[in-house]
Design a protein around this ligand. Sequence first.
Ligand code: MHO
Length: 221
Amino acid sequence: MPSTALPTDQSSPLARDADALLPAETEMATFGMGCFWGPDALFGAREGVVRTRVGYAGGTSRNPTYYALDDHTEVVQIEYDPDQWTYDELLEVVWANHNWATEQKRQYRSVILAHDDTKRAIAERSRAALADRTGQSVATAVEILDQFYEAEDYHQKYELRTVPVVADELEALYGDAFTASTVAARLNGFVAGYGSADQRRELLATLDLPPVVIDEIRRRL
Ligand code: MHO
C-alpha cells in the first residue's frame, strides 16, 4: 500500500506556510509607526515574524475604513515566535524605525497597542529607557489594544502589490490566504529592501514560485 504520510514538499509556498507556527504558538504585537505599508515590510522580512497584517486601531468608532478612519490609527499587527523574539526586542525595532519624537496627526501617530498588562508595562519601561538614553521626550502613546480592524486587501503586503504581475500571480496562488502568508510577508519585506542577501537568496532559490514572480522580485533586489 502506498504511504499516505508523504513528506511535506518544502518547495511549495503553500506547504511552507502550512508549516509556520500556528496562531496559538505565537504572540501578538500591534504598533502604530506612521503609514502602515513600511512597517508591514520591515517586520515581514524578519525571521521569527510569522504573520503580519495592517489595519486600524486605537480609536473608538466601529468598523473604520481607510477613507472613514475617524479616531483610529494605521497600525501593523504581527504574530511572532516568542522563542525567537522578546517583546522588548521588537520594541527596539520600533524605536529604530520611525519618528517617535514628533507628534503626528492621529492617522499616523506613534502608538504601542499592548495585548495585555504585562506587555503594556514592558512598553512603558522601554519608552522610559528610550527617553533616558536619548534625552528626548517620546511622543509615543502606550495603550491596551481594544479592537483591531483589518485594512482593505489593497493595503496588505502593499510593497509586493506594487511589483508588476507579482500581485496577480500571488493572489491567484493564495486566494484569501495571501494576507496571512508567511512567504508573502517575507517577499513583501524583500522587495522593500529589507532582509539580508543570504535570506533573500535562500527563499527565492528554494521556493517553487511562478518564474515571473522570481524574475520580478530579483529585479527589485
Ligand atoms: N498615500 C499616502 C500614504 C498611504 S498610507 C496607507 C502617501 O504615500 O503619502 O497612509
